[in-house]
Design a protein around this ligand. Structure first.
Ligand SMILES: Nc1ncnc2c1ncn2[C@@H]1O[C@H](COP(=O)(O)OP(=O)(O)OP(=O)(O)O)[C@@H](O)[C@H]1O
Length: 724
């Protein structure tokens, strides 16, 4: 919302309240109206929350924004009207504290206003920057041992929520005001109960009512804080995932990663945002209540406090247990999520083997395990609650009997004893709140552990290079390259492979299944860094090139081409900034895909389905070849890229791509193929066997080698064809 419109809102809000102020003549009417506006405000904050949840789930920012803007505006108006009514109450209450409280409440519209601005502006302020500097400790050497420290985890959690420092500071000030005011509630109530007949009591009672209503309003605002913190945490975590090396994804199941992203971040943000405010409020109420109690009777206070340390010790013990249990529950639900994700992704295989029941059982078993752990958690909560209640009850009994004696001995008046007992109940409530806050903070700490581990994880691959030459020639060199995959640290996938390919050449990797052909291609794509040796392009190591530049110049079509659930056009144009229709069609024509695409009812606008499931294997391959050609790459890697095509289509693509390429195209092409007839005409063929480069040369040269592996492979394939 523009600033001008916001000012109009506030202006009209105030005008409106002045008019109503003139119309109303009694405090009861004001109270009724105030109640009414409060209820509306609570409803609005509720819808606001739904809107934010919507935003979160669908990640459809524009829709959500349109949805919540009217609520946002209404929220401001209601807040302004409401505050004016609180001001109106001043006329009926001269109590100094009420005035202080009301002044704090007047800050509410300002707070809402600043908060909306905060939502709209993402820039860090100077103060925020300082906060970040103070709390940022990620480069610590013994980070792993620090992770164990729950306080450290909590500190990190606070760091993340501090981005909303304005809302938190204002919210805290308001809560401080409310909490301070609440400190006096028992005093009023004590007097009220002992003088029900007196008219003034009604006024005190109104005051208590107003305080109660304000709670709902504040909660709405803090729930928005939760959503914002949640978005930030998720974005940071997703960003951290995206920069990890491919080996990380080999060793970390996607279901677990997603569960952290979806579930754990939710727990973290909701717990922290809720508890920051509540914790401060509870501490203020605790000290305020204590002061009032001491003022009323020091004897009774001492008697009352005997049980307090015990409650805090119990809270600490159960809080720590909660942290540990919560981590276990999170791990188990992540596992269940992993099973569900894998099953859904592989549903065709599951269906074809009729294994649905087994998968369901696996899923349910994991959830049951997590349920068993949750039972312990539930028992802990129940025991803790029971203990606190019992302690409170005991204290009340002691207070009543001891208090009655003090009244008889004239140490304290009847109304003050009544007030004291209410204070004591309040103190019990506050202590119980503190213990619950501690428990839920520990739950958040448990959930945060692995999220922070992922957030801090530095990718093992060397950092991004900077080379961006205006022209990449396309010479490739493997220099004694070996690789051990991170998922199989004890097995060498390829060993001491060396070869050179000149720019513009078309070469092929051949060899039995599992020999290491795709591994060579993966290394050229820099999915993995070699464990040993060097890979050079135009004489420079590939990690020296800028990441985006490099992947613009090198394109790959993998064994199982993966398409996105978007239109064919979007898939072909994937990762390209401009939307050049002619280039898209040209790329599709070169990949021999244009024909089948134009025959589809929606043509280039046809959706491909998840991982391209709406297209046939051969169609998928052709669309992914077109996607690779879109960027006019200097080096093209084709890993079994035409294996699903019929011989006619395969031949057409091969001719277009490499056998009949015109002289203006100096594209280096590397093919990995099983059907040897398709690579006969290559400039050079590399034969890989059990991870070693055993033969290299043209087809004719390789056929001359007696007992050569290539010759044997060709012989076997010829026999198979003849048999057919
Ligand atoms: N991500 C991975 N993690 C662990 N080991 C892997 C991984 N990818 C491949 N391997 C192993 O590395 C070896 C070489 O595999 P590679 O995929 O390079 O073979 P290939 O020659 O391309 O086989 P095919 O012709 O069947 O595609 C195999 O033993 C394989 O099991």
């Amino acid at each position: 919302m523009e600033t001008n419109r916001r000012i109009y809102f506030i202006f009209f809000g105030i005008l409106f309240t002045i008019i109503i102020d003139l119309c109303l003549s009694s405090s009861q009417n004001a109270l009724i109206f105030l109640t009414f506006t409060r209820i509306i405000a609570i409803f609005i904050s509720f819808f606001y929350r739904i809107a934010y949840d919507n935003y979160d789930k669908n990640a459809d920012y524009d829709t959500a924004k349109t949805f919540w803007t009217p609520f946002k505006n209404l929220f401001v108006i209601i807040a302004v009207i409401e505050q004016a009514f609180v001001m109106y109450q001043i006329k009926f209450s001269s109590n100094l504290l009420s005035i202080l409280y009301i002044i704090l409440q007047v800050a509410m519209p300002l707070f809402v206003y600043l908060w909306i601005r905060r939502i709209e502006q993402e820039n860090l302020s100077f103060l925020q920057y300082i906060w970040f500097e103070i709390f940022n400790t990620t480069n610590d050497h013994d980070l792993q041992s620090k992770r164990k420290d729950e306080l450290h985890v909590l500190k990190r959690l606070f760091k993340y929520s501090l981005d909303d420092w304005k809302i938190i500071t204002f919210g805290t000030i308001l809560l401080l005001g409310a909490a301070l005011s609440e400190v006096f509630v028992p005093l009023y109530t004590g007097r009220l109960l002992s003088s029900v007949a007196f008219k003034e009591a009604w006024l005190q009672f109104q005051h208590n009512l107003i305080i109660g209503f304000l709670g709902g309003f504040r909660m709405g605002i803090f729930s928005i804080c939760i959503s914002r913190l949640n978005i930030r945490l998720r974005t940071k975590l997703f960003q951290s995932y995206l920069k990890q090396e491919i080996g990380f994804f080999d060793t970390h199941e996607s279901g677990k990663l997603l569960s952290r992203l979806n579930h754990d971040t939710q727990i973290m943000s909701s717990t922290v945002a809720n508890n920051i405010a509540q914790c401060i409020g509870a501490l203020v109420r605790f000290s305020g209540t204590l002061i009032m109690m001491i003022k009323l009777s020091i004897h009774l206070t001492i008697a009352c406090l005997i049980g307090a340390p015990l409650i805090l010790v119990v809270a600490k013990i159960s809080g720590n247990a909660h942290g540990r249990i919560s981590e276990k529950v999170q791990n188990l639900s992540a596992e269940a999520f992993e099973i569900a994700e894998e099953t859904i992704q592989t549903i065709r295989t599951v269906r074809s083997f009729g294994n649905e029941d087994e998968e369901l059982k696996r899923f349910e078993n994991t959830l049951q395990q997590s349920y068993q752990v949750s039972l312990i958690q539930a028992a802990l909560i129940a025991a803790q609650k029971w203990f606190v209640e019992l302690a409170q009850l005991c204290m009340s009994i002691i207070m009543l009997s001891y208090g009655a004696k003090l009244v008889r001995d004239n140490y304290i008046t009847g109304p003050d004893l009544l007030a004291f007992i209410i204070y004591q109940l309040t103190l019990g409530g506050v202590l119980s709140d503190i213990s619950q806050i501690y428990t839920s903070m520990m739950t958040a700490a448990g959930a945060s552990q692995s999220v922070f581990d992922y957030l801090d994880r530095q990718p093992i691959q060397k950092p991004n290079g900077i080379l961006q030459p205006s022209e990449l020639i396309g010479d490739i060199e493997f220099n004694n390259v070996s690789l051990t995959y991170p998922a199989r640290p004890n097995e060498i996938a390829i060993q001491n492979i060396s070869f050179k390919i000149k720019s513009g050449q078309t070469c092929a990797f051949v060899g039995p299944s599992g020999s290491g052909k795709s591994t060579c291609v993966n290394l050229l794509e820099r999915f993995y860094d070699p464990s040993d040796g060097k890979i050079l392009i135009d004489g420079r190591e590939i990690h020296e090139y800028d990441h985006k530049y490099f992947h613009h110049k090198i394109a790959m079509v993998g064994q199982e081409p993966v398409l996105f659930n978007r239109t064919i056009r979007e898939n072909i144009n994937y990762g390209m900034n401009d939307n050049d229709e002619t280039m898209i069609i040209q790329a599709a024509q070169q990949a021999n895909a244009d024909g089948f695409i134009t025959e589809l009812m929606n043509g280039y606008n046809t959706k491909c389905g998840q991982r391209g499931s709406h297209l046939s294997g051969g169609q998928k391959q052709r669309v992914s070849i077109a996607r690779a050609l879109m960027r006019n790459p200097t080096i093209l890697l084709l890993d079994e890229a035409t294996s699903a095509l019929d011989p006619v289509n395969e031949r057409l693509i091969q001719d277009a791509l490499y056998y009949k390429k015109d002289n203006s195209q100096s594209r280096t092409i590397l093919i990995s193929a099983h059907r040897l007839s398709t690579i006969e005409r290559c400039d050079r063929i590399f034969v890989i066997h059990k991870g070693h480069l055993v033969e290299q040369g043209t087809h004719d040269e390789l056929m001359m080698i007696d007992n050569g592996i290539y010759r044997e492979l060709v012989r076997r394939q010829t026999i198979d064809i003849d048999d057919d």
